[in-house]
Design a binder for this molecule. Structure first.
Ligand SMILES: Cc1ncc(C[n+]2csc(CCOP(=O)(O)OP(=O)(O)O)c2C)c(N)n1
Ligand SMILES: [Mg+2]
Length: 331
C-alpha cells in the first residue's frame, strides 16, 4: 500500500498553482519544439522530450533550493528548467552552441549546472540513482541540510544500482528522494513486458523506504508528497521513494515509429493532461479567468521564442576549444 502523508499538505493553489502553471506551460512549449529542431537538422544525435510529464519535474522542484542536488536522466530538460535553468542556455546546449551550459559540448544528455545543483542529464540509464545517493552522502557528511533528488524511469528501476542505492540510503538515512517517472515504457518495451511485479513502489518498501505512489499528472499531488519527503530528508530522517504515474505524449525520441502503442492510448492519457487539469482547478477556484489563462499561454510562447532566438544566434564552439572545458577546467 502506498504510504500516507503525515503532515498537512503544503501546496497553496493561488501561489504554487500559478507558478506551476507558468513553468509547466513554458516547459511544454520548449519540449514541443524539439522534434522540429531535429527535423531541421539543428540537433545532432538524439533528444528525448517529456511532453505530458511536466507535473513531475515542476511539483518536485517547487520544494527544492538551488543548493539541493538533482541527478537527471536522458529525458531531463524539464528537470533542468524546473530547477531554474535558463531556457536559452539550455536550448543552446541542446543545439550544441557555445552559449550552452556546457559550452555546447554536452548536448541534450549532458546538461550540468553547478550553481543550480544540476549534476547533469545523463545518457546512462540508471546512473543518476547512484550520483544522487553520493550527493546526499556528501550533504550529510558536510553537515548541511541539503537534499538530493534522483529522477529515473520505470525502465531504469530495473538497473542493479537501484538495490544498492536504496539499501545504503536507508541504513545511512541519507537525504535523498528517489523519483521514478513511470511513463509505462522503456523505449518500446512496456512495463508489463519488463517486470512481473509492476508495482514499482514495492521495491522501496522492500528496502525500508517510505514509498509513495502519486498521480504524476497532478502537480499538486506531486508537490505535496515531495514536500514531506524533503522535510524528512532535511530533518535527518532519511530517504523517500516516490513513483509518479505519468505518460509521454511524443515518441521516445525523434523518428520513433511508435508501433508499440495505439493513438487511442495516447489520447486517453491526454484526458489527464496536467496543464489542463491545473488550469481548470485555478478557474474553478476563481484564481484566474479565461483571459489570464490565455495571457499565460502567450507568455510561455514568448519566453521560448526568446530562448530560441538566443540559442540559434549562438555560435558553435570554435574548433580550437575542442580539448578545453572538457573536464578538469570546468570544475
Ligand atoms: C545502461 C543503458 N542501457 C540501455 C540504454 C538505452 N536506452 C536509452 S533510453 C532507454 C529506456 C529507458 O526507459 P526509462 O528508464 O523508463 O525512461 P524513459 O525513456 O521512459 O523516460 C534505454 C533502454 C542506455 N542509454 N543506457
Ligand atoms: Mg519509462
Amino acid at each position: 500500500m502506498t504510504a500516507q502523508l503525515t503532515a498537512a499538505p503544503t501546496f497553496d493553489l493561488a501561489h504554487d498553482g500559478l507558478s506551476a502553471l507558468r513553468t509547466m506551460s513554458m516547459i511544454r512549449e520548449f519540449e514541443s519544439r524539439l522534434p522540429g529542431y531535429s527535423e531541421e537538422g539543428l540537433i545532432r544525435g538524439s533528444t528525448h522530450p517529456s511532453v505530458g510529464m511536466e507535473a513531475v519535474a515542476v511539483g518536485v522542484s517547487q520544494n527544492l533550493r538551488p543548493t539541493d542536488s538533482v541527478a537527471s536522466n536522458h529525458r531531463g530538460h524539464a528537470h533542468c528548467l524546473a530547477k531554474g535553468a535558463d531556457a536559452g542556455r539550455t536550448l543552446a546546449e541542446i543545439l550544441g552552441r557555445s552559449d550552452g551550459y556546457c559550452a555546447g559540448k554536452g548536448g541534450s544528455m549532458h546538461i550540468g549546472v553547478k550553481e543550480l545543483g544540476l549534476l547533469g542529464t545523463n545518457g546512462i540509464v540508471g546512473a543518476g540513482i547512484g550520483l544522487a545517493t553520493g550527493a546526499a552522502l556528501a550533504a550529510q557528511a558536510q553537515g548541511t541540510d541539503n537534499v538530493a533528488v534522483a529522477y529515473f524511469g520505470d525502465g531504469a528501476s530495473n538497473q542493479g544500482v537501484l538495490a544498492e542505492a536504496f539499501n545504503l540510503a536507508a541504513i545511512w538515512k541519507l537525504p535523498v528522494i528517489f523519483v521514478c517517472e513511470n511513463n509505462h515504457f522503456a523505449q518500446s518495451a512496456t512495463l508489463e513486458e519488463m517486470v512481473a511485479q509492476t508495482e514499482i513502489r514495492r521495491r522501496g518498501e522492500a528496502y525500508g523506504l517510505p514509498s509513495f505512489d502519486v498521480d504524476g499528472m497532478d502537480v499538486e499531488e506531486v508537490s505535496n508528497v515531495t514536500a514531506e519527503a524533503v522535510q524528512r530528508a532535511r530533518a535527518g530522517e532519511g530517504p523517500t521513494f516516490i513513483v509518479a504515474d505519468t505518460y509521454r505524449y511524443l515518441g521516445h525520441m525523434a523518428g520513433d515509429t511508435e508501433i508499440y502503442r495505439t493513438p487511442e492510448q495516447v489520447e486517453q492519457w491526454k484526458g489527464r493532461d496536467p496543464i489542463a487539469r491545473l488550469s481548470k482547478k485555478l478557474l474553478d477556484a476563481g484564481i484566474v479567468d479565461d483571459k489570464a489563462l490565455k495571457e499565460m499561454a502567450a507568455a510561455a510562447v514568448a519566453a521560448v521564442d526568446v530562448a530560441e532566438a538566443f540559442a540559434k544566434a549562438s555560435p558553435y564552439p570554435d574548433v580550437s576549444t575542442a580539448f578545453t572545458q572538457v573536464s578538469e577546467d570546468l570544475r
